[in-house]
Design a protein around this ligand. Structure first.
Ligand code: ADP
Ligand code: MG
Length: 322
């Protein structure tokens, strides 16, 4: 059974980013108002996620560590479309099977919480603990027992960049949740709950209303939405360029190139401004078999997509400038 979990883990978890994604999705699902993420060494050494959501009873906590123990049907429609749930009821046992893992949780109707610790999938302790309502998951030494996986982890900076971009994107979508991120003991951000994505976008990039514009471009089944900085905010090395394709967080050259080309007409070559871009395309235009744990996407016709992005972004920028 442990072997099955470890094999499953290979599908769910490729790098620290995947752990963060699964755990943050769980925290959002649990109705959390505050989610705090602490990392050491790009998540390779330690990931700790604390939320103030519904929490779990001792019984449900134990169950949550069994495979296919999902308590969810599909009650969170928004999240379903924004983030991709590839693995119902498999995240926690999979992550626990390839790390030193502990989870503690307390529901509002209990005075004490429960904490379970596992070592590469084996339960090593279970006890009552005093803790606030909500859930805290700690993942240490990811892949320490799986050398083949460990080998493929990238530098701290690379792993951290994936996590940071993803959390930035999630914090924009779930602007009414407070998100705090710290890395190696240093606070990276602490975004307080806001009233709109635009407010959150402004906060993230330290923008004012004159610095950015909303994207809203539709052409048939192709749709671009989101926010993008105006030309004066563009830089050669943008730290924030976040894209979702059909609700999935992706890193994609085609989308990025389309945006850079749009700037080319207005600015110097190679400049791009901070942006969060949601691309919706007809499902038949994009490879849906791309693996859920990956952040790449494959379009069937790159040129058409790049063109549509270019036109959509250029129209958006021109309208905002004139
Ligand atoms: P899934 O999210 O697909 O249901 P998971 O393995 O991620 O599967 O989680 C298993 C179950 O554990 C969830 O269905 C949920 O009931 C519970 N759970 C996990 N994380 C949390 C959390 N942060 N707060 C409350 N319940 C949680
Ligand atoms: Mg989950």
């Amino acid at each position: 059974d442990e072997l099955i979990n470890q094999i499953k883990a290979g599908e769910v978890v490729e790098r620290p980013y995947n752990v963060i994604k699964e755990l943050v999705e769980n925290s959002i699902d649990a109705g959390s108002k505050h989610i705090s993420i602490e990392l050491l060494d790009g998540g390779k050494q330690m990931i700790r996620i604390a939320d103030d959501g519904y929490g779990m009873s001792a019984k449900n906590l134990s169950l949550a560590l069994e495979r296919h123990a999902t308590s969810k049907i599909s009650q969170f429609k928004d999240l379903d479309t924004l983030l991709s749930f590839g693995f119902r009821g498999e995240a926690l046992p999979s992550i626990a099977s390839v790390s030193h893992f502990s989870i503690k949780s307390r529901p509002h109707d209990q005075d004490l919480g429960r904490e379970i610790t596992l070592n590469c999938g084996k339960r090593i302790s279970e006890k009552d603990v005093s803790t606030s309502v909500g859930t805290t998951v700690q993942v240490k030494d990811l892949f320490s027992g799986v050398p083949v996986r460990l080998k493929f982890l990238k530098s701290t900076a690379t792993e951290f960049a994936h996590i940071h971009d993803f959390l930035t994107a999630v914090s924009l979508a779930f602007y009414n949740i407070t998100f705090r991120l710290s890395h190696n003991g240093r606070e990276v951000f602490n975004y307080k709950a806001k009233n709109s994505s635009a407010d959150r976008f402004t906060e993230i990039f330290n923008f004012n209303a004159k610095d950015f514009t909303e994207i809203n471009y539709t052409r048939g089944s192709f749709k671009l939405t989101g926010f993008i900085g105006l030309p004066h905010t563009a830089k050669t090395t943008p730290s924030h360029f976040i894209t979702f394709v059909n609700g999935r967080y992706v890193k994609d050259k085609i989308v990025r190139t389309g945006v850079i080309q749009a700037y080319q007409g207005l600015l110097l070559k190679g400049l791009v401004a901070p942006a969060i871009i949601f691309v919706e395309v007809d499902p038949s235009w994009v490879d849906v078999n791309a693996h859920p744990s990956k952040v790449e996407v494959r379009f069937y016709d790159n040129a058409v997509i790049q063109d549509l992005i270019y036109i959509g972004i250029q129209n958006t920028l021109k309208e905002a400038i004139h």
